[in-house]
Design a protein around this ligand. Structure first.
Ligand SMILES: *Cc1c(COP(=O)(O)O)cnc(C)c1O
Length: 387
């Protein structure tokens, strides 16, 4: 199919949920992608921080194909080796005790929020079910995670919401106010993605973690976007010197296949028991095999390279005319620009560069394997567009 045919069938048959850029991506290698008409793009978006190793990574493909040659799906009524391999890896790398697998970030957060309510209920009984989330957060599209998303624009049309969710500024006094002594959990993104690529301050996150511990309120770190090597450490909370009670992740975890994970640390490890939660596809063996490949390759050396690439990109970006600020952490980069971000993204696309937006900012989340040549090509297009 050529682009016009794809576009018209999409308009005819798909729900109108997406405002798409006028491109159909069909292939590529690493951070260089090709569209249906043969035009090439440098990829600074990685399918929203998903394609950690870019397109057509040989070792990743081999891991996926090996599992496809065995079996594509097994029910969670039975044991599955790829699941235990991945869960063991994640626990060994993070210090978490147990993992629940889902299929997406929203579901990983749904699991975390349910588990927090149960943890509190079992220990303290009813009346302590409140979830505190931060303003400008994004936690997903299921009704509970949408409720926990602290941005009003997402809340139009979908009332009534899940009760007992309160929003706070990123300050401890405001979290304490919002908790009203009836919170079971606080959910944060150490680096807020959708709302503008904003890293929370270290003193705030540390004070929050200490307060949560003291109050026996679970601290949930949503690492759906900022996790899996994106910020230069396996998970971004590591850079804040805290230990959360629950960590959720998804996007890049399996390098391009659907998966979500909810990691339970010591305090929360027994929150869920048989029958409390489940998923038909959760922990799919192909997704898990892909994620084992991803996590086992995010070694110390690899992460140091990511840090180097992030430093390189950030230094170059700061010097581009029209860039007012460079935000975020590691390879999760926000660009404050004087002009409309959607227009700038469209202009980049036109010139062969894929970037994302996050409200008023441009959002850059390239594959972690991006080469220097690819970075330089992308930077030169950005420079052209912004100046
Ligand atoms: C993308 C995202 C989600 C939702 O993940 P889905 O896989 O789209 O359900 C949740 N939290 C954060 C921080 C995200 O970036």
């Amino acid at each position: 199919m050529d682009f016009q045919e794809i576009k018209s069938l999409d308009a005819q048959y798909l729900a109108k949920t997406y405002a798409r850029y006028p491109v159909a991506l069909v292939g590529g290698r690493n951070a260089t992608l090709t569209d249906s008409e043969g035009k090439e793009y440098i990829d600074f978006g990685a399918g929203i921080a998903v394609n950690i190793f870019g397109a057509n990574d040989e070792a990743w493909k081999a891991a996926v194909i090996e599992q496809l040659g065995k079996i594509q799906h097994v029910s969670n009524y039975y044991y599955a080796e790829p699941q235990v391999r991945l869960a063991k890896l994640l626990c060994e790398r993070t210090g978490a005790k147990r993992v629940f697998f889902s299929n997406s970030g929203g579901e990983a957060n749904e699991c975390a929020l349910k588990a927090a309510r149960k943890y509190s209920f079992m220990k303290y009984g009813a009346g302590r079910s409140r979830i505190v989330s931060l303003k400008n957060s994004f936690h997903g599209r299921t009704l509970f995670t949408l409720t926990a998303t602290g941005q009003e624009e997402f809340h139009r049309y979908f009332a009534p919401f899940v009760p007992e969710v309160a929003y706070a500024d990123a300050s401890l006094p405001d979290v304490v106010r919002a908790a009203e002594n009836k919170a079971c959990a606080v959910i944060i993104e150490c680096v807020q993605g959708e709302s503008g690529v904003t890293a929370l301050s270290k003193p705030f996150v540390q004070a929050l973690a200490a307060w949560c511990k003291e109050q026996d309120v679970l601290l949930i770190c949503d690492e759906v976007q900022c996790g899996n090597g994106r910020t230069g450490t396996l998970y971004s909370y590591e850079q804040y010197g805290i230990t959360p009670d629950i960590v959720t992740t998804a996007k890049g975890l399996a390098g391009g296949l659907p998966i979500g994970a909810c990691l339970f640390f010591e305090r929360a490890q027994d929150a869920l028991s048989a029958g409390d939660h489940g998923s038909t596809f959760g922990g799919n063996p192909v997704s898990c095999a892909a994620a084992v490949n991803v996590i086992s390759r995010l070694t110390r050396e690899f992460l140091l390279e990511v840090q180097g690439k992030a430093a390189y990109l950030r230094a170059k970006l700061k010097n581009i005319e029209g860039v007012k600020a460079v935000t975020g952490l590691g390879m999760m980069i926000g660009l404050e620009i004087g002009t409309d971000s959607k227009q700038a993204a469209a202009a980049c696309l036109e010139k062969g560069l894929l970037v994302l937006t996050a409200h008023k900012r441009l959002r850059l989340v390239p594959p972690l394997t991006i080469t220097k040549t690819e970075m330089d090509e992308g930077l030169s297009i950005l420079k052209e567009v912004l100046s």
